[in-house]
Design a protein around this ligand. Structure first.
Ligand SMILES: [Zn+2]
Length: 78
């Protein structure tokens, strides 16, 4: 597989520890981490965050937040 797809580009840009990533409608991401006893999630658009002990609840928060959040991600400086 030599072609660089959009999916591959997104995958390689994932920060360390991110286990799931949801894309918001404006291009920000809601990152979900898988820790030992908690599953913190953070929106890189608005900065909102949550931490659930239940993996499914953490996923539900990240999914629903990604569906509603309209905050743009802060531009990265190259
Ligand atoms: Zn947000």
């Amino acid at each position: 597989m030599t072609e660089t797809t959009t999916a591959e580009a997104v995958e390689t840009a994932w920060p360390e520890g991110v286990d799931l990533r949801y894309l918001t409608l404006v291009g920000a991401t809601v990152d979900l981490y898988d820790a030992d006893e908690s599953h913190p999630a953070a929106c890189l658009g608005c900065g909102d965050s949550a931490s659930e002990t239940d993996w499914h609840q953490a996923k539900a928060w990240a999914q629903s937040h990604a569906e509603r959040c309209r905050a743009l991600p802060r531009p990265t400086t190259a």
